[in-house]
Design a protein around this ligand. Structure first.
Ligand code: TRP
Length: 336
């Protein structure tokens, strides 16, 4: 049986937060321990420059994302862990795929359509105002990331499913024309993992500015947890754990027994202040050892760099020969 290949990219524009950890990073690191599959995880910095034109932020984010995954125990001897821009074959493949992608397909991309809709809502004369070709062709770059490594399973959030479908469309069209070179990937949306709410009760997301950074210092972690929005029920009044942000976060970290015990405390009317303190202590105890490792790594960028370059070499052992077959398939290889 052919091995499954799991692949996902992390756009390097922000600081990893609790929601990223629970929803994506933790399951990905667990999946990478499965010997029946191969894992490809990469810093999607070509994706980052689509929306972020601040070099210092991209640089800082790349360092933070890499340090986070390593601190949490990603085994880079096992997984492929690299920086997208270190694999020049991805860019070459992007162009080759661009030439096989219908413009109409890109017209239908959600992110592009959302930008146009926003312009129309503002009564802008130009519906494409602020839309770069990077944003417009973003799904082709993503298809190249995936198709380059013959990935079969792409763990993503719901917002990314369309991009995986586009990667399939592009791959199928290429295969139909040039022969069966690409494997068609599948999106994997894991409903088991929790989607955490943020400080204001909306989904925790950097676009809402409501996140709790995963490795924020202890004092700051306490302060942020104290800020989480609750209702105005008094101590002693029974409370509903469902839909409660504090409980949700607690549940994402606690053992089953502790979760059951906490449900009883809710029924008994635990005070919000006490719940916040408990959550803080629980989280802090869980995160502290990883945070120490993270801080050490953040202070050792040379080490992170060395790990990424090793990852590059390992990934290019696949991408260089594979791109050569694609070049041949489309007719741009050496004359013989
Ligand atoms: N676009 C993805 C996101 O914003 C990140 C990403 C880039 C990605 N390339 C990928 C995810 C390839 C999966 C596969 O979340």
């Amino acid at each position: 049986m052919k091995k499954e290949i799991v692949l996902t990219g992390i756009t390097t524009t922000g600081t990893p937060h609790l929601g990223n950890y629970v929803g994506a990073i933790r399951p990905a690191i667990e999946a990478s321990r499965n010997k029946d599959s191969e894992s490809f995880y990469f810093l999607a910095n070509y994706h980052a420059i689509i929306s972020c034109h601040e070099p210092s932020r991209i640089k800082q984010s790349s360092r933070e994302v890499a340090a986070t995954w390593l601190a949490l125990g990603l085994d880079t001897d096992n997984a492929f862990f690299y920086r997208q821009s270190d694999i020049p074959e991805i860019m070459e493949l992007t162009w080759i795929l661009t030439c096989m992608t219908a413009k109409g397909l890109m017209n239908r991309a959600h992110s592009y359509k959302a930008a146009v809709a926003a312009n129309e809502a503002d009564n802008d004369k130009d519906p494409d105002k602020g839309v770069t070709m990077g944003l417009y062709s973003y799904p082709i770059l993503m298809a190249a990331d995936i198709l380059m490594f013959q990935a079969t399973r792409i763990p993503v959030g719901k917002d990314q499913i369309q991009h995986i479908e586009m990667a399939r469309d592009i791959a199928a069209r290429f295969n139909h024309h040039f022969g069966e070179h690409f494997v068609l990937p599948e999106a994997v949306v894991n409903d088991q993992v929790a989607v955490l709410s943020g400080l204001d009760g909306r989904k925790m997301s950097k676009s809402y500015n409501n996140t709790i950074p995963l490795f924020t210092p202890e004092k700051q972690l306490r302060k942020l947890i104290m800020k989480i929005k609750t209702n105005s029920l008094e101590p002693g009044e029974p409370k509903n754990p469902d839909g409660c942000t504090l409980f949700e976060i607690y549940q994402a970290f606690a053992t089953e027994n502790d979760v059951e015990a906490m449900k009883r405390r809710y029924a008994e009317g635990i005070a919000w202040g006490e719940m916040k303190q408990t959550l803080f202590e629980y989280l802090n105890a869980h995160l502290a050892p990883f945070r120490d490792r993270y801080n050490d790594l953040m202070n050792a960028p040379d080490h992170i760099e060395a790990v990424l370059l090793k990852g590059r070499d390992k990934a290019r052992e696949r991408s260089v020969p594979f791109l050569e077959t694609i070049r041949k398939a489309v007719g741009i290889s050496a004359l013989e």
